[in-house]
Design a protein around this ligand. Structure first.
Ligand code: ADP
Ligand code: ZN
Length: 600
């Protein structure tokens, strides 16, 4: 029998296991239960695929993502692994064929939609099979607290009752402890061994810019760093999704829209195109993305602020699953802060739940406003301490300047106080600027001591200051009173001059700054190699189209990149490339060698 390492090398074409993979795989091969928490792209799939191949019988993989089963199975077939899926998209003939394969013991892996298990016929079929293991993918779907709850997941505990001797492995990328506890409880996995990996994604560069003209900023970001790359742009509303996609297209960027309000066929089509074609930008609401395992998404952009760091981290985690450099880029501004605070204030959830949401939102805002390393902040939030700043985020690369805003903050706070805590940001700025509009005069606010004392700061600077006061909880927004600002107790020391307030200096990006950005950027492909890179990608696309599979199912970007770097010139050298296993060597090596030879 092949060892796990043999399987990794000959079938998958990878040299070594990563992180805890080897331990997890051995544990499951030994027939034990496991709960695996690993960040997206960490390599969870191998943790059940290899045990399923090594152990006797078929590995049953429960996955909620029926749209993706086809691709997952295709990827395995490409590797020569005997795999199939059963879900509602199949016709009866196919189902019968797969059932026969199962009964003949011909499959290593079977992907199954959770609702199938309710089916009596399915249960009796399973009882006649030799089962290697059960893998419960996206296990957080069993948690009612989480955002992806699936009722069908609740009854997965029957697996254990019906097949107590079959090892089970639950997998998820959702970090928080509450969800984890709930998974263990509901799946009856309290005895399972826990494998928790660090959540860092070192290849993702985090940047958060101040919102000025969001669309233009996005366009510049794509043009500067990601022309021709695949990416996801998240927006809050359906309308904004459509508007942004259309606008990007007008600007010459191939973009598609995706949101839950679209007709399902259209949505399907866009998702398929995103998976299959190179270099498309998907503009979407959060309805898009759960389990999208396209490995070469090069950037995830947010035009609106997510509700929590968990959501932000999960969404940005869809970038760079292949381990190559990728960007998580976001713009945010005063309006985002106000909008999210408003959603919270209108929420009908219980008080305790609201408190939790409030805490999560505050953490999200603090991430945006921090002047320290973003990654350190993120890791700390998930309970991992990082000793050093990361060197791969915006605040590390260009440490933001701070300024002593104590005096300006005092002016702003006393302006809120003297106008009776009844007015919104723009009005307050007008008073600080000493504008003499009708409303101000009628209210007699041109007579206040704070009238006109803020002329030294521009509109933008005042907005940034108010934003940071709100984010820091010194000032609250009263939504019952149309967004009027009110003082919070926490502002007292600042107001009295007992506590200094340093804020991030907001600056418009200057030309020279952009240049340093470009110089610092890790270039994927040098200009001299661009044509060879394109030729390799074209070959991959040609092979993928022929079989009607997405390109990354043939080879990941990282594999093509290694070919570009090492320029293998023989089958033997080709076999040494990461991601080239025995079957892909036999199927594709010659074709890629020809490309390398012709262009090289
Ligand atoms: P997850 O499901 O945890 O998000 P995947 O299982 O899809 O991650 O793996 C992410 C990527 O890393 C895939 O392209 C996979 O082939 C690759 N990978 C996983 N394990 C290894 C390994 N030991 N060596 C090299 N590449 C690996
Ligand atoms: Zn950093």
């Amino acid at each position: 029998m092949k060892t796990p390492l043999d399987t990794l090398q000959t079938v998958f074409g990878y040299e070594d296991f990563r992180g805890q993979q080897a331990t997890i795989i051995q544990h499951v091969i030994d027939g034990q239960d496991a709960m695996v928490l690993m960040p997206t792209g960490g390599g969870k799939s191998l943790c059940y695929q290899i045990p399923a191949m090594v152990r006797e019988g078929v590995g049953i993989v429960i996955s909620p993502l029926i749209a993706l089963m086809q691709d997952q199975v295709n990827a395995l077939l490409q590797l020569g692994v005997k795999a199939a899926f059963l879900n509602s998209t199949l016709v009866l003939d196919d189902v019968q064929h797969i059932e026969q394969q199962l009964l003949n013991g011909e499959l290593n892996l079977l992907y199954l939609a959770p609702e199938r298990l309710q089916n009596e016929r399915m249960r009796s079929l399973l009882s006649r099979l030799k089962i290697a293991l059960f893998a419960i993918d996206e296990a957080h779907c069993v948690s009612q607290w989480g955002h992806d709850f699936r009722a069908d997941y609740l009854q997965l505990s029957v697996l254990h009752e019906q097949f107590p001797q079959v090892p089970r492995v639950a997998l998820t990328a959702t970090a928080d402890e509450q969800t984890r506890e709930e998974i263990l409880l509901r799946l009856g996995l309290q005895q399972a061994r826990l494998f928790i990996s660090g959540f860092d994604r070192p290849n993702i560069k985090y940047s958060i810019e101040e919102k000025q003209n969001a669309r233009q900023q996005l366009l510049r970001f794509i043009q500067r760093e990601h022309l021709g790359n695949a990416g996801i742009v998240y927006c809050m509303s359906r309308k904004k999704v459509e508007g942004t996609a259309e606008w990007l297209c007008q600007q010459g960027i191939s973009a598609l829209a995706y949101h839950a309000g679209m007709e399902s066929a259209k949505r399907q089509e866009h998702q398929q195109r995103f998976l299959r074609e190179e270099g498309l930008v998907m503009v979407a609401t959060i309805a898009f993305g759960m389990g999208i395992d396209k490995s070469n998404v090069r950037f995830v952009a947010h035009l609106d602020l997510p509700k929590s760091i968990e959501a932000y981290y999960q969404e940005t985690g869809r970038a760079g699953r292949d381990g190559l450099p990728a960007d998580a880029w976001m713009v945010f501004g005063l309006q985002d802060v106000i909008k999210l605070r408003q959603m919270l204030s209108e929420s009908t959830a219980s008080d305790i739940h609201k408190k939790k949401e409030q805490y999560k939102l505050d953490a999200m805002l603090a991430l945006c406003e921090t002047v320290n390393c973003r990654r350190q902040f993120l890791m700390a939030y998930f309970g991992d301490q990082m000793a050093h700043a990361c060197g791969n985020c915006d605040t590390c690369n260009e440490p933001p300047e701070t300024w002593d805003a104590s005096e300006a903050a005092q002016k702003a706070l006393s302006c809120i106080y003297r106008t009776g805590q009844r007015f919104g940001v723009q009005y307050l700025i007008d008073v600080l600027h000493g504008k003499s509009n009708e409303r101000i005069v009628q209210n007699g606010h041109d007579q206040l001591s704070t009238y006109g004392i803020g002329k030294s700061l521009e509109d933008m600077q005042w907005r940034a200051l108010f934003r940071q006061l709100i984010a820091k909880g010194l000032v609250a927004i009263d939504f019952e009173a149309y967004g009027a600002l009110k003082l919070e107790g926490a502002c007292r020391p600042v107001l009295k001059g007992e506590q200094a307030l340093f804020l991030k200096r907001s600056h418009k990006k200057t030309g020279s700054k952009q240049k340093t950005n470009r110089e610092k950027r890790v270039m994927f492909v040098s200009p001299e190699e661009e044509s060879l890179w394109e030729a390799l990608r074209n070959k991959r696309k040609e092979l993928a189209d022929k079989q009607n599979v997405p390109p990354y199912v043939i080879f990941h970007d990282s594999t093509l990149m290694e070919m570009l770097d090492l320029k293998p010139s023989s089958l033997e050298q080709m076999a040494g490339i990461t991601g080239v296993g025995e079957r892909k060597l036999a199927l594709y090596a010659d074709e890629f060698l020809q490309v390398l030879c012709a262009e090289g």
